[in-house]
Design a protein around this ligand. Structure first.
Ligand code: PGA
Length: 247
């Protein structure tokens, strides 16, 4: 349920379920308007409920992904899609295996590419060939990262090999067993293909995201808070639950 729709950019929902239902509805409406939509997709805890709702809509309401194309935001360098902690594996388990996307239309950065730089260039070229991204779904890191565009004095426009922030590696230490085991680098969709997306939805839930959501919408732009750049995008909606809603 929406409890505040005063702000154009920010929409606040009562809880995680409400947030996920509304976010999935936006994606479904995009697909219904344009069946061959190009979607940008994230991994992480936040979108899991969104994927569950999209799967439900696919099963119960015939939401059709057969003409859609997807590009995922990132992948750990050195992990194959078979690795249980790779983002390729995450997407397979939580989404791709449960909807009717065509394999040829799914684009994942290959963490095992012989030449990661070439892999990144080809990924950007594939986004261009697809006509750019119609709808980009993003999460946000507590440090303000979008995908693995981590806080830095300058940001890289093109898709690139990115170094993970220490704070990011600390957060994922639990999953990998220790911080040392978290890959140091990832292939990351750059800020330009993200920014060129015709519509951007950024979803966040929980009190741990409250501070960064307030900062990203502060009216200031700072590459040390990459998500703040999105304020310049003309078609951004930030969807949060009550716990992540800024003051
Ligand atoms: P999370 O990750 O959804 O697991 O919080 C978001 C992100 O780091 O972009």
């Amino acid at each position: 349920m929406m409890i505040d729709d005063n702000a154009q950019i920010l929409r606040i929902y009562k809880d995680y379920n409400g947030l996920c239902t509304a976010t999935a509805k936006e994606i479904a409406e995009q697909l219904q308007r344009k069946t061959d939509s190009v979607l940008g997709l994230p991994t992480g805890k936040t979108p899991m409920g969104v994927y569950q709702e999209l799967i439900r809509m696919h099963r119960e309401e015939d939401l059709d992904f057969s003409k859609a194309t997807t590009f995922n935001l990132d992948e750990y360098l050195g992990l194959s899609p078979q690795h249980a902690l790779s983002y390729g594996h995450f997407m397979e388990v939580h989404f791709f295996s449960q909807v009717n996307l065509q394999r040829k239309n799914i684009h994942l950065l290959n963490g095992m590419a012989d030449n990661p730089e070439v892999e990144c260039r080809e990924f950007d070229a594939a986004i261009e060939r697809a006509g750019g991204i119609d709808l980009m779904l993003l999460g946000i890191g507590r440090n303000g990262h979008i995908g693995f565009n981590e806080p830095q004095s300058s940001l890289t426009l093109a898709t690139h090999v990115a170094r993970l922030d220490d704070s990011t590696r600390d957060l994922y230490a639990g999953e990998f067993g220790s911080r040392e085991k978290v890959p140091e680098q990832a292939l990351a969709m750059g800020v330009l293909p993200i920014f060129k997306s015709r519509r951007i939805l950024l979803a966040a839930n929980g009190s741990a995201k409250k501070k960064v959501i307030g900062e990203m919408l502060s009216g200031k732009v700072d590459t040390l808070l990459p998500a703040s750049l999105l304020q310049l995008h003309g078609n951004l909606t930030v969807l949060v639950d009550a716990e992540a809603a800024p003051e």
